[in-house]
Design a protein around this ligand. Sequence first.
Ligand code: SF4
Length: 88
Amino acid sequence: MAYKITEECTNCGACESECKNEAIKKGETIYIIDPERCTECIGWYESSKCAELCVLNACVPDPAHKETREQLLAKWKKIHPGKTPQAT
Ligand code: SF4
């Protein structure tokens, strides 16, 4: 399931550069995650980088976007055509 950023976000921006799917962008008030690009980092890593680095725990799974591991991997392949996943 895609991640989302909660109101705890203080706009430090640390997560944006960590997302290899370029799913994180600055929003009007807080940073936001594009669920069409978030794969829980599947395809790159074993765990979610934004969630790991956020000291405020503002990056959390979004129950509104439930997806299987297979669906997340398929999303990754669509975002990165021709590339080989590094973590599945
Ligand atoms: Fe990007 Fe991974 Fe965070 Fe999703 S979980 S927004 S892919 S860093």
